[in-house]
Design a protein around this ligand. Structure first.
Ligand SMILES: [Zn+2]
Length: 296
């Protein structure tokens, strides 16, 4: 009897020692982890994912769907991505056609939250609205607000917690806005050439001009005729820098930059990389690179 008692105690101890770290490991809320202790939320792209995490704090488990480093324009989800969504109560979408691929993998029971009706949208020539609205800090403030409202709906018990997180995060976004304004104050009216047409909201908010883009359709190589028009703009406007993006292959930029003797820098509309692993860091990174490029 005594031996059995000792064995029981030992088994319980082992379970506690092994189980507790496993519990904490699982509840970290890392990208792609389903958490069985908290409600799960899925978000299509990194900037919105990061904003959502700032509001959700440690009360909800937030998962990112579009892998970091992948373009939202060319992504094709695999059936295995469904697992991530099956346990989610809500999926937060950019909308405006940018992340319609998510519909292929979201089960019907999951509530869709489309952010388009909560932000200020710009008309676009290619699609009805330009989907890159998160690159305006004014819109990030509206997104944070909308996300807070949705989280309160999912988890009303913690509504005060989400309200407080929103207030704190809004302060950070307003600081970010001041930072961008002061860094770009001497660049107003200047023109940049971006890789695809992601930065119109950013340009308008900071009184910059987008002269043209290298790829008029993200992920599709431009025609030689189109590229020669870009070269003309570079010459006429005396452009000294071209901006590539981590999500899109930019091999053709090297030839262009070599021929014309111009510099290539990187700006990142989606973030999640080493220097862009939060919405705020991503926006600061882009601000600094654009400033660097315009001061060449
Ligand atoms: Zn884009």
């Amino acid at each position: 009897m005594k031996n059995q008692y000792i064995i029981c105690v030992l088994i319980i101890l082992i379970l506690l020692i092994v189980g507790f770290p496993a519990y904490f490991f699982l509840s970290k809320g890392d990208v792609g982890n389903i958490n069985s202790y908290k409600k799960n939320i899925a978000v299509t792209i990194f900037p919105i994912y990061d904003i959502t995490k700032n509001i959700a704090g440690d009360k909800l488990n937030v998962n990112l769907i579009l892998p970091v480093g992948t373009s939202a324009h060319t992504f094709d989800p695999k059936p295995s991505d469904i697992a991530l969504l099956e346990h989610s109560v809500v999926v937060i979408k950019v909308g405006t056609g940018l992340d319609d691929w998510v519909e292929k993998i979201v089960p019907r029971k999951v509530t869709r939250v489309d952010l388009t009706s909560s932000v200020n949208l710009l008309k676009s020539t290619e699609v009805e609205y330009d989907p890159h609205y998160w690159l305006s800090v004014d819109n990030a403030l509206l997104i944070a607000n909308k996300v807070k409202n949705e989280l309160v709906k999912i988890d009303p018990e913690n509504s005060e917690y989400y309200e407080n997180n929103l207030l704190k995060y809004k302060e950070e976004l307003l600081d970010l806005q001041k930072y961008i304004e002061s860094e770009l104050i001497d660049q107003k009216g200047k023109g940049i050439i971006t890789f695809h047409d992601a930065f119109i909201y950013f340009a308008i908010e900071n009184e910059l001009e987008i002269l043209t883009t290298i790829e008029p359709f993200a992920g599709k190589e431009p025609t030689p005729k189109y590229l020669s028009e870009v070269e003309d703009i570079i010459r006429v406007k005396k452009v000294k820098v071209l901006f590539k993006e981590p999500q899109l292959s930019s091999g053709l930029l090297n030839g262009l930059a070599n021929d014309l003797g111009i510099t290539i820098l990187t700006i990142d509309p989606l973030g999640g990389g080493k220097e862009t692993n939060s919405y705020i860091k991503m926006m600061k990174f882009n601000t600094n690179e654009i400033k660097k490029g315009l001061e060449l």
